[in-house]
Design a protein around this ligand. Structure first.
Ligand code: SAH
Length: 243
């Protein structure tokens, strides 16, 4: 019996944004692994084993998922949003590289990533060229983050910031905003999109010069507009032509 491993994105929170493909994979799963709050979003049923784990256990979780799949189980490993965006898919391939088990059937099932859900709430702030930067310094040095922010500002990208804040890095976003102010972005529009598509959703739009790190928490996606990003009524959008 051959097993399989699906690496699935659960979307930003609302059950209506889980794709039919992901729902089908979950319906056929024998085992679901993931960070505990994401596994909690998967409905329990008979015959389904849930394996919640801690946030920082990605590689171990990925290795365990490969092992279970090699044993013949139908495994789904879940991420929020899209599994390829700062999430489990890369960890699984990293574990695969290091693993003696190579012949597992793997599928990556996309999901709606936070920046797209956040952008849709605000209007079209990612309507022109943009980039996404993970502010977590767990796996990369701060100098790399700051360099990328400076160059993204220089290239006039709109910028989506994932993981803007955490308890262990309370000052990361403050420093990022400082770097962007030094790069001349003070007049840019900034969107703080908190817990998008959940009952706790809150969207706040300010100018970068007035933005403060406390406006974000772990469940916030921050979008910094480009130099042409503007408002029309309650909406924010990036014009399609480069300025
Ligand atoms: N794979 C996920 C991202 C994981 S990193 C995705 O594609 O969305 C975790 C970060 O994603 C959070 O710190 C936050 O910046 C963002 N995020 C995830 N869900 C969110 C939501 N519902 N609303 C706003 N931001 C969210």
């Amino acid at each position: 019996m051959t097993g399989s491993l699906a690496i699935a994105g659960l979307g930003p929170g609302d059950a209506a944004l889980v794709t039919p493909e992901v729902s089908a994979a979950l319906a056929e799963a024998t085992d679901v692994l993931g960070y505990a709050p994401y596994v909690a979003r998967v409905p329990a049923r008979e015959g389904l084993r849930l394996h919640p784990s801690d946030n920082r256990m990605e590689l171990q979780r990925a290795g365990e998922a490969l092992k279970l799949a090699a044993e013949g189980r139908n495994v789904v490993i879940v991420s929020s949003g899209d599994p390829g965006v700062f999430a489990m898919a890369a960890a699984v391939f990293e574990a695969l590289e290091a693993s003696p088990v190579k012949d597992v059937t793997i599928r990556v099932l996309p999901g709606v990533t936070a920046m797209l859900a956040a952008a849709a709430r605000a209007g079209a702030p990612l309507g022109h060229d943009f980039c996404a930067i993970n502010l977590s310094d767990n796996l990369k040095p701060r100098e790399v983050i700051e360099k990328r922010l400076r160059l993204a500002a220089e290239a006039d990208f709109s910028i989506a910031l994932y993981n803007p804040r955490s308890v262990s890095r309370p000052d990361g976003l403050g420093r990022a905003l400082e770097v962007l102010r030094e790069a001349g972005c003070g007049e840019r529009i900034v969107i703080f999109a908190h817990a998008v598509t959940t009952p706790k959703e809150r969207i706040e739009t300010v100018l970068l010069r007035d933005a403060r790190a406390e406006m974000a928490d772990m469940a916030t996606l921050v979008i910094i507009g480009n130099s042409a990003t503007r408002r029309v009524g309650r909406w924010v959008y990036a014009p399609r032509r480069a300025s």
